[in-house]
Design a protein around this ligand. Structure first.
Ligand SMILES: [Zn+2]
Ligand SMILES: [Zn+2]
Length: 164
């Protein structure tokens, strides 16, 4: 059986949000990229073609709170790490009925019974003291599945990554 907390493909399909557009940046469609991490759950980064991050999601199918795992991962993959704050992360439960019939049946039969939980990390655009506006970007050029988060001026398209 899968590791505790792992999210099997049948659930991932149901958990994927409808891909919206990049809000207040470029209005192009967002793409969700799965990033393998050294934890059992499913990390997905939703960013536009210009690298602007809308939301990062981390799902676990287990009884434990997955927030510390995402917090740790985000801090070690963001420059500067000080922009990663606990209160920008929101924990929610995902339940059978909202996920559709297939996932609901799958969850109803699965043992042991455990909740599907998701942590959303949203860092909204923010202003520095001099009034300049910044937002979160992601770079995916760090090897297979790796990601580096960083902040850059809010209107930038594909800004340079400080770790590349
Ligand atoms: Zn965008
Ligand atoms: Zn990079």
């Amino acid at each position: 059986m899968s590791r505790t907390g792992a999210v099997p493909p049948i659930l991932r399909r149901a958990l994927r949000p409808a891909t919206p557009h990049c809000y207040r940046h470029c209005d192009r469609p967002l793409r969700g990229r799965t990033v393998p991490i050294s934890a059992p759950g499913w990390l997905c980064v939703y960013a536009c073609p210009g690298g602007a991050v809308s939301v990062v999601t981390y799902h676990e199918w287990a009884k434990t709170d997955p927030t510390p795992t995402l917090l740790r991962f985000a801090r070690s993959h963001t420059s500067p790490s000080t922009v990663v704050r606990r209160w920008d992360m929101r924990l929610a439960g995902r339940h059978g009925p909202e996920l559709g019939v297939t996932a609901e049946r799958f969850l109803a039969k699965a043992r042991p019974i455990r909740p599907v939980r998701v942590v959303y990390w949203r860092l909204y655009p923010f202003k520095k003291k001099d009034g300049s506006a910044f937002r979160l970007f992601a770079c995916f050029r760090h090897g297979v599945g790796a990601v580096q988060f960083f902040v850059a001026p809010r209107e930038s398209q594909s800004p340079p990554c400080p770790r590349c």
